[in-house]
Design a protein around this ligand. Structure first.
Ligand SMILES: Cc1cc2nc3c(=O)[nH]c(=O)nc-3n(C[C@H](O)[C@H](O)[C@H](O)COP(=O)(O)O)c2cc1C
Length: 212
């Protein structure tokens, strides 16, 4: 367990940890992460979320093939044309690209995946997303607090049918994220974000937020 579990400290340095060791993660820690997930708010407390824990390398490899295809055909070329987002230096952005590519090649080697799903009859809506991503964020924070690295990934959805078939999801279940989890190779560090002044308004759209 890391020494500092102050909530704000954890929030500020829960970033995507894409380089993971293949060493196994104790089930007791995965249980803690899942337990944190189900503490999250969800619409009407209907709890239609389902979490598929995957350790089977053969299943992960099947999905990784599509994850890589999505990188080669869509994400990689898009990255080449993009510029650093607010609060991120050029160097940090280059390092992020390298880490994204690393995870692409090693996705299946993360010892544990948690696939966050919802059971729903119709097509996914904003409400369905709003009922699963709080649980996902709780799990990312819990993993960080336990000294484990993780990344919220959704790229498999570029090949949704193929990857959900590889994951063995039954009809009426949609996946919203795959979290590869493991002990990180590198160190945790602060996230890079732009200043609040650029994105928070008060009373009228575009009018700067004023703190008194
Ligand atoms: C909706 C969503 C989808 C994402 N999908 C992926 C993904 O498929 N692969 C990946 O490596 N990172 C993915 N990420 C992680 C983001 O790239 C990451 O949060 C962002 O670059 C900021 O980096 P940081 O959290 O390390 O500061 C995703 C994040 C979100 C919120």
């Amino acid at each position: 367990m890391p020494e500092n579990t102050d909530l704000f400290e954890i929030i500020h340095n829960t970033r995507a940890m894409r380089r993971l060791k293949p060493d196994p993660v104790p089930d007791a820690l995965i249980r803690k992460i899942l337990q944190a997930g189900v503490c999250a708010p969800n619409g009407g407390n209907t709890q239609r979320w389902r979490f598929l824990v995957i350790k089977d390398r053969a299943i992960k490899k099947k999905v990784q093939v599509w994850y890589k295809k999505a990188f080669d055909e869509v994400v990689g070329p898009r990255y080449l044309k993009s510029t650093p987002p607010p609060g991120v230096t050029k160097d940090a952005y280059v390092r992020q690209h390298a880490a994204v590519e690393y995870l692409t090649d090693h996705f299946h080697e993360a010892p544990v995946w948690i696939v966050a799903c919802i059971e729903e009859a119709g097509a996914p809506t904003r409400w369905s997303g709003a009922s699963i991503y709080p649980a996902v964020q709780n799990m990312l924070l819990a993993a960080r607090a336990l000294g484990l690295g993780a990344t919220l990934t959704t790229r498999h959805l570029l090949f949704e049918k193929e990857t959900e078939a590889a994951l063995g999801l039954p009809p009426g279940v949609h996946s919203y994220a795959i979290l590869p989890i493991g002990y990180p190779m590198g160190k945790f560090g602060p996230v890079g974000r732009g200043p609040l002044g650029d994105i928070v308004y008060q009373d009228r759209w575009g009018q700067p937020y004023r703190e008194v």
